[in-house]
Design a protein. Structure first.
Lengths: 410, 410, 410, 410
């Protein structure tokens, strides 16, 4: 069997140690760096991978595909976890894993490896995606590997190993918590943030300005949707317009971040049965989520909305838990796609000091359309129809009253 | 049969005309004014009812019961309609109807009457509650009554009738839309607001200051929950504390309104099959909803949350549609009550220019508790357990991959 | 406006009177007879329509389309109402309404009419389908028409009118209850059957022999599915085989009926808020439903099944209530179609004295396939993986135990 | 720490070897035999446990508690897995585990052990129940224990070990598959039954006679329910009556088995991600499930039924997967209990050659009650109310038609 392993590589301490460790174990290590929009000097990372022993390095720009094939479909489905979290980390994992498996296939590697820990969600998301895309793949997950765990009990051993093998360690950022950064969001968790009662200070945040420091004048934008997907964003104040998907989303991040939008502090339930506190910044996503909800409000049939909302909760759970590539996800997305066929229109929004609010909306696939309204008046119901509607809805309630009282009176 | 009718009376043009019209029809009209926290001169309303021909007037202070038996239970269930509307009007209807039926019973009235129109939700909510509480009650709903509709085609006929019968008409407020005001919220709809694209101006709002004009310094409060119910609110800046239910909710309204919190502009689906645009101000409710969600985040079991969320959507629909008094509502609330038994703790919040955000939270019925965490470390899972967990979750995905590829290859 | 009306005509007393009554009112009546597989002398019906005053008669053979576009899709979705009723009447209504609207369109008729009563489900199903397919259509529903109801209080007035206008009335069948017959089932209800405690006698049934009188030897058949649709039925005893959709279903009816299969006596909830007792005979459908469930058991992914089952309940309710042509039905069917892509295989069944049971099944899109099983052994999980799986699933439960006991101990 | 272990002991080869093996490892083994109604010579088992080295033996008669606290609650909830399986094995596991933990507590044992394999559901059900009831308990599961698995690769090693240590081995039953027997059902699986296409012969079955050999005359019984629980069963032919819970259920088994009722052959999805074929015999349960469904049909509110059915599916999954003792189960049962408050009445049934059918039913908490019906006539709806009901339900459909056609026409 091939001794090649494709390692998801970040350039940080953990995956650098892992790269060297795998190399010393006799693996040929192919480093794979996914660019999903995080702040990074990718050339430096490439160089470090080679210096640490990688036989090859792939730096893959996945940003546009991330927007069109992952972010937009998830937001089309109104995916939101436990009522609040916009799934910024979870949505990025499947695209990273998919490209990794593609590289393993093209390079003939039998193994893939990642540096996610054994108590988190990411290990699950990566590995479920690996297995779903290639059931024959072998996964090396050092933080669940007894050999690796014997050698490395914590950060001190990692630093010692790095020193020993000449792996350069960046000066500490001074941040006493961990982060995950991509185009959709940045998360902050663990360390000092583990205490759920701890009030996070301004120094935590990096993708949004503080609402207190945001401009004193609102920014007004509009977003146009076609089939539930944003196809245009316009700044109503200065007229700037974006239509290309990556540009649309990047611009939403820009105006959102500048207005302090998208901060969230919550305790969530991990797939791994424990609770964890996360702080998220999702500027563009927060705007997009609200705008999409709003255009659906005017353009979506009521009963479709009821059913879709039920499915959205399930779909969000699937994304969070790592089942992006699964038969049940395909099943749900078939219905979601159907539900978006009439979701067209424009939503006007106001951004101000951490808040997004809707100013108004227009949709041609809506009950508010002139043509339909007039039809409704002519051929539609008159007010007395309501009487029959109410009476018939009341039958069950009247019966229940009679039965309950009889039972009590027994 | 008794010719007494209990009329839900507001003192406005419509119900005053209705009072007189019923009186002229030969009914003995008992006027019933429900005080659910709206801005009103109740003594003036009482006087006007008598002058217009009422045989008796009941002005009923329902505010405390509204908070303890309607608002808190609904918020305990996280009731929110179509993802956004906190049901301010819908939650007030059942308590108004319930007291009206009680008065009809004690006064021996065979009839009740209300002034809600024939295209809205309120007629349904009132009448379903009437029938559910007393299946023998007769309902007089003038806006669905062909006699009344023949006499009164619109506002001009109402004004003419009022003039003819000496019914005093207040000077117009100048507001070209209609409102519903109570302790939980004020709604604004119809008239100029009917065009969903129309950007509502600052003059619409009355329960909240504009975020732009709200204080430049945040207000910090904490809310303590017991069994999912708020039992104490504390201003973390000045130390003010409220514990009595009505005082708790009133204070949340006060600090919420002062910080511009709780404005919402949305298009919603009425039970009566049409869409309508509403603008709502729910200052205290918006704070309470978020705080409750947050304390649940730390104190509620994950799978209970999944199931409860599914039921919350249904329960919200029931409240919106007028099924507060129904067997299915009792069914759902039995589960909701069960789910709240461990929902205890304190949430710290920041209120600032229209936004509410969570600063931190503490709960003794939580995974974060010291005692449990140590137990978890000793007897709990170690990281290698995750490997088996992932592998077993992957089995289905691997099978699906194999089967799908075989099918395609056929 | 055109004075043409397309009347759904059965040849019975009610619709014959209705035809004449409409004709006397000045309408040009086009009689429309839908052949959905009921026992009927269609030429006699055609003749009677003309004699009673119809300007034209359409006798439409809808049997094949009924099977391919209505029965098979519904059974593909496992549609079953309140856990038991296979929706035999409800599934036939949309196809009847659809052809009626098509005739109205092609004949330039502004009106359609039907003879369903005002307390049942069929009026709702017909009329919702009419409005969904042509919102401008005018519906004449005599049993909700105050003019008609004034003229005809019950059967005596209908008989008198028939006598007066020379409408031939068939000798009574002697059946003191009403029936609806089509390819999928026959229903029996009302009259003596209204008492839910009444034990229905053998004389009620017509599409199935009594289990007591069915053959003493079982019949063995197999059904082959492709994408969830039956594409072949084979008698394992005599080798007879059918592949054409209508022939497949007709043969299932034949062997089902001969073995006393598909009788059901239940009390169900009508859309119109009341309960009603129905007795149904669905011989072929009962076999098909079980066989489809069984092939799904082997070929469908577990999580897809969970979600699909949740949707099936909703979809069944939609069919029952008359929402076949609705946006929510399209939404659900998009997901159902997706779920059936791998539902291929053969199920062997035994039919005996009222019972259907599964003998065995084979599917190539299944975990049982040789090829997959071997893959599983090599790359799959070993038994120790279960330990981690269980431990991680137990974390929540352990936490709940700790918290509940602490709370109790407070 | 105590070296005592409470072993769930059956007297068979596996748990006898396990008993001795644990004893040789230095554990003090307390044998625990749960009598949940299986065919067994419990005195012989007790003797064998002592001979094999147990320090103590507990033979616990759990039959009555099994019926009242496990079977009846599950059937009250209509629990049925994947539409067909009545959960006979799954419902027995929690009661067995609960008593085992109680014995461990009272005996001061730190360990519990069971003989379930590492690919099945039972290991999960036992261990989740153990951990839920006592998070500090240590579980010894030999078929996931690497020491045990090294010593015992399969049956030959078990037999050799038994021979070596003088453990008596019963003559083989000749059954080439495994079984689980209790009061609720007997299951048959694995071995020759693993091939899902294999037609199981009559020799498989033991709790039911073959339908072909069942009496040629039907048996008629009635079951009375109170709050959804069967409180009386009566043979309508010979007048025999049972009222005590265990006697009621035992008698249902007797008449069910004699009439060949309750056989089921299906492929199901295990919690452990794989599919498995099981053959079940559940004579009394099959009758009870249908009767309960039927009494609900007449006595339960429609909307409560909709919601309950949704929850039943989830609840069945929880039972199957081993989450009987869990917060989510408590949550669901709170609602189920509420739903059964009016489920009173009597169902008459016919049992004949493998089939159960309903003959009729009576309930005093029903719409069919005389008193309510008359009320309905006076104060209720008249047929013309249906017109408004339909018109208002059609509004959405008309709008959708208009919008869809406009979109297509774009």
């Amino acid at each position: 069997m091939s001794n090649k392993v494709v390692l998801a590589y970040s350039g940080g301490l953990d995956t650098s140690v892992l790269l060297k460790w795998l190399s010393l174990k006799g693996f040929e290590v192919i480093a794979y760096v996914a660019d999903v929009g995080q702040e990074e000097d990718f050339e430096a990372v490439r160089k470090k991978a080679i210096e640490t022993g990688a036989s090859k390095v792939f730096v893959e720009d996945l940003k546009r595909e991330f927007v069109t094939d992952y972010i937009f479909p998830a937001f089309k489905a109104n995916a939101i976890y436990e009522g609040r979290y916009l799934l910024g980390t979870a949505i990025a994992r499947p695209i990273i894993a998919k490209r990794q498996i593609e590289i393993a296939d093209s390079e003939g590697a039998a193994y893939v490896s990642h540096g996610a820990t054994g108590k988190g969600n990411d290990q699950v998301r990566f590995e479920l995606a690996y297995y779903a895309l290639n059931p024959e793949i072998k996964v090396i997950a050092p933080w669940k590997d007894s050999d690796f765990l014997r050698d490395f009990k914590g950060r001190p051993e990692l630093l010692a190993f790095a020193a020993e093998h000449g792996i350069e360690v960046k000066a500490s950022t001074g941040k006493s918590f961990s982060e995950d950064d991509n185009l959709l969001h940045i998360s902050h968790e663990s360390g000092i943030l583990e205490d759920p009662a701890y009030h996070a200070g301004e120094e935590i945040y990096s993708k949004t300005v503080s609402p207190e420091l945001a401009p004193d004048t609102p920014t007004r934008i509009s977003i146009e949707f076609k089939d539930g997907i944003p196809i245009r964003v316009t700044n109503l104040d200065d007229g700037r317009e974006e239509r290309e998907p990556l540009a649309v989303f990047t611009y939403l991040n820009e105006v959102g971040g500048a207005n302090g939008i998208g901060r969230l502090d919550m305790v969530e339930n991990r797939f791994i049965g424990i609770k964890s506190r996360g702080i998220y910044e999702t500027p563009g996503g927060t705007i997009l989520h609200l705008a999409h909800r709003d255009i659906e409000g005017i353009a979506m049939d009521r009963e479709v909305m009821r059913l879709r909302d039920m499915l959205s909760a399930k779909l969000s759970e699937l994304i969070y838990n790592g089942f992006w590539f699964s038969p049940e996800m395909e099943f749900l997305m078939a219905a979601v796609d159907k539900s978006q066929e009439l979701i067209d229109g424009v939503v006007d929004l106001k951004l101000f000091k951490g808040g997004v609010s809707v100013l108004g909306r227009v949709s041609h696939s809506s009950l508010y359309d002139q043509e339909f309204s007039s039809m409704e008046i002519e051929g539609g119901f008159d007010q007395t129809d309501s009487q029959g509607f109410i009476k018939i809805n009341a039958i069950r309630l009247m019966a229940h009253h009679a039965i309950s009282h009889r039972k009590v009176g027994e």
